[in-house]
Design a protein around this ligand. Structure first.
Ligand code: SAM
Ligand code: SF4
Length: 335
């Protein structure tokens, strides 16, 4: 184990998110435009290279690894990658191996993911209505996702539902989503929509539903108690006293949470983004490929990158326009 990764603001970096593909079987309206151009497959890190990257980060103090995308479960042979990473769980170098998924392939993969040591999965789901689901994902089918969630629970995976709060879209489903998750013993977190990537004709500011407003509506039916515990991530939690459920809020717009940021993000081509909301990145593929027999240059590149980690993002809609927007889509960096 080498010296821990500490950024210029004294934040220890212990969490790596890895986008293993930029491709997806959905085209969510807040995430992608209808016509996306994806990276040529030859640009991607191989599974062996991804293993080397992640293992290097783990050696440097990363304790939690989240696999994301694009849709991680559409990458060919991705299960092999999970199976390889499980050796770091066995050795206790890694505390947690998780993934964020749209759920479309979970029915197929749930049992094998559990066998590889995955215990918790975040599933993105913004509506429980078939027609609205088809509309927001453009290509998705709700029953397939619901079957995936059920299979995951049957396999022993703990599910957290992530719902993007969307103005005029799921405002009317707030209590349905809360009740549905509560009745299935699933955690629920709402996310504010962030200005990332060109969406074609979609109006980003028009999609934005502030979680301060969502929270106030929740308080009309439930007594909310703020919980002080944090899971190391950006979410803040409340307990609904009437049901005992916990609901999380990820509020990059109404409440910036960057001061406690412990994470960096690796793309499927080996770019390291030190902040989701900034353009700066470090190319880790070059030192990885140039030195097949030594990880020292890669470690050096990682340390230099962490030293450039910015204080935070600049997302802001207060002037009724998406200020602080970054050019890449969320699917590029991984949510
Ligand atoms: N395909 C997987 C999924 O949907 O869970 C993983 C990748 S997706 C980019 C990760 C998360 O980012 C999802 O929960 C999605 O809802 C969220 N997301 C995508 N675009 C977003 C945006 N512009 N603002 C906020 N969240 C976004
Ligand atoms: Fe695909 Fe996830 Fe983006 Fe939806 S949010 S288009 S499922 S990557």
């Amino acid at each position: 184990m080498t010296a821990p990764l500490i950024d210029p603001f004294q934040r220890a970096i212990s969490y790596l998110r890895v986008s293993v593909t930029d491709r997806c079987d959905f085209r969510c309206v807040y995430c992608m435009s209808e016509n996306m151009t994806f990276l040529p497959k030859k640009e991607l890190l191989t599974l062996e290279e991804l293993d080397r990257m992640c293992s290097t980060f783990i050696r440097m103090g990363v304790r939690k690894l989240r696999i994301t995308g694009g849709e991680p479960l559409v990458r060919r042979d991705i299960l092999t990658f999970f199976q390889r990473m499980s050796r770091h769980l066995d050795s206790s170098a890694l505390e947690e191996l998780t993934l964020t998924t749209n759920g479309s392939q979970l029915e197929r993969f749930a049992g094998d993911l559990h066998a590889a040591g995955v215990r918790r999965v975040n599933v993105s789901l913004d509506t429980l209505d078939d027609a609205k689901f088809a509309r927001v994902t453009r290509w998705g089918r709700l029953p397939q996702v619901l079957r995936g969630i059920e299979a995951a629970q049957d396999a022993g995976l703990r599910i957290k539902i992530n719902a993007v709060a969307l103005k005029g879209f799921n405002e009317d489903e707030l209590f349905d989503l809360v009740d549905w998750c509560g009745s299935r013993d699933m955690d629920l977190t709402f996310i504010e929509v962030m200005p990332m990537g060109d969406l074609g004709n979609e109006d980003r500011v028009g999609q934005y539903w502030a979680l301060s407003d969502l929270r106030a509506r929740l308080a009309e039916r439930f007594s909310l108690t703020d919980l002080s515990h944090r899971t190391g991530g950006p979410a803040r939690y409340v307990r609904l006293e009437e049901t005992g459920q916990q609901v999380g809020f990820i509020t990059p717009l109404t409440h910036n949470f960057c001061e406690s940021c412990n994470r960096v993000r690796l793309t499927c081509t080996g770019e390291l983004f030190m902040c989701l909301g900034q353009e700066d990145m470090a190319d880790l593929r070059a030192p990885l490929r140039a030195h097949p027999d030594s990880d020292a240059p890669l470690e050096d590149a990682i340390r230099r990158a962490i030293f450039r980690k910015p204080k935070g993002h600049d997302f802001d809609y207060s002037r009724q326009r998406p200020d602080g927007q970054v050019s890449r889509h969320m699917s590029h960096t991984g949510g």
